[in-house]
Design a protein around this ligand. Structure first.
Ligand code: SF4
Length: 367
């Protein structure tokens, strides 16, 4: 089994917190981008060998920057496969009934929509181009037009956000009955507008105690609504976890197409440079860079991906790396403090400690 990821690095405007690679959508020909993507696929499909493709994920950026005709042309290129899950990321302001119908006709069966907050003052502060009402209306349109697998994204720890407004966003979002929720803790990344404001003293970081209350509220409200917290930032109704993202965490091969896309094919990690103009000029040809990994780097990947999930780290797999003793030794203080749990041959970070997962994982990483 394998996956295909397609990166569409076009956005209408840059959100204040975002450091993903994207360029303003008016400045690039979307036709030329799709032409380059389909050409790259033709040149690199052999990297998947005769593996069957079980998931396709079109992410960004904002894939809904593409017309429905271009998205259909892109999906047509993958017609030889019969994936179980085909996801496209969208923003609320691009959603119309006709657009969603075209997505469904093109073979899309899952939509992931960036909502981020359902409080208008927070949305405008972070530069989103939609209101809470727009997001709610878009959910209704998506559901009414044939998509029954919908994921919604939220962010907590935003400047000005309070426990009350966070609870309000969550409450409204849960009332929309999505099948999946991704909830990310805001991180101040270099180069973003929010980081510049933070450095200039115009905003302050949300205190750790408030973040902890927000995280606990998130865990409790999603659990009460029947969601399974299956990865640090991801929650799903039973059977509705993101199969595509899960394959990143369990070592499945995936072919990443587009500027800035990452791949794991033929046992090797690869990436495409984040340069859309060069990508279009070369029609996606000869740009992919291999990232050879040594044994320690492969082990570190295994630690980081597996300890992010509720399934946790498989000790039998650690044995394949010859590192069982080392893993048990690193886990010992965390098992004693209750931050980690060991059962069924698997080592897990307790849900109550996922907020500090990075500091726990550091004890396992080889430098
Ligand atoms: S958050 Fe999404 S829409 Fe906003 S700039 Fe980043 S990729 Fe584009």
């Amino acid at each position: 089994m394998a996956g295909i990821y397609v990166h569409i690095p076009l956005c209408a405007a840059k959100c204040a917190y975002c450091d993903f690679y994207s360029v303003p959508r008016g400045r690039i020909s979307p036709d030329a981008l799709v032409d380059a993507l389909t050409n790259e696929f033709s040149l690199r499909r052999h990297e998947l060998g005769d593996e069957s493709v079980s998931t396709i994920y079109i992410g960004g950026g904002t894939p809904s920057s593409l017309s429905s005709g271009l998205l259909t042309a892109l999906m047509d290129r993958f017609r030889e496969y019969s994936p179980d899950e085909c996801t496209v990321e969208v923003n609320p302001e691009d959603i119309t009934a006709g657009y969603v119908t075209s997505l469904v006709n093109a073979g899309i069966n899952r939509v992931s929509m960036g909502v981020q907050s359902l409080v208008d003052s927070e949305l405008s502060f972070i530069g989103r181009r939609h209101s809470a009402r727009d997001a709610i209306d878009a959910v209704r349109i998506i559901k009414d037009n044939g998509i029954d697998n919908l994921s919604l994204d939220l962010i907590y720890g935003l400047p000005g956000q309070t426990v009350d407004t966070w609870r309000r966003s969550l409450d409204t979002l849960l009332g929309l009955y999505p099948q999946h929720i991704s909830a990310y803790l805001l991180s101040y990344e270099p180069g973003t507008r929010l980081t510049a404001m933070l450095n200039a003293g115009k905003i302050t970081e949300t205190p750790d105690e408030t973040i902890e209350i927000m995280y606990n509220t998130l865990c409790r409200m999603t659990s009460d609504a029947g969601f399974d917290h299956y990865e640090i930032s991801n929650f799903s109704q039973p059977g509705r976890h993101s199969r595509h993202n899960s394959s990143y965490w369990d070592g499945t091969a995936y072919l990443g197409l587009g500027p800035g896309a990452h791949s794991f094919t033929l046992g090797t990690r690869r990436h495409n440079p984040s340069d859309i103009r060069q990508y279009i000029k070369l029609r996606g040809s000869g740009i992919t860079v291999e990232e050879p990994e040594n044994d320690s780097e492969r082990f570190n990947d295994f630690i980081i991906t597996s300890l992010r999930t509720a399934d946790g780290l498989n000790l039998a797999k650690a044995a394949e790396f010859g590192r069982t003793d080392k893993v048990i030794e690193a886990a010992r203080p965390h098992l004693r403090s209750g931050k980690m749990l060991l059962s069924g041959g698997r080592l897990r970070i307790a849900e109550t400690s996922w907020l500090v997962a990075d500091s726990i994982m550091r004890d396992f990483i080889e430098v």
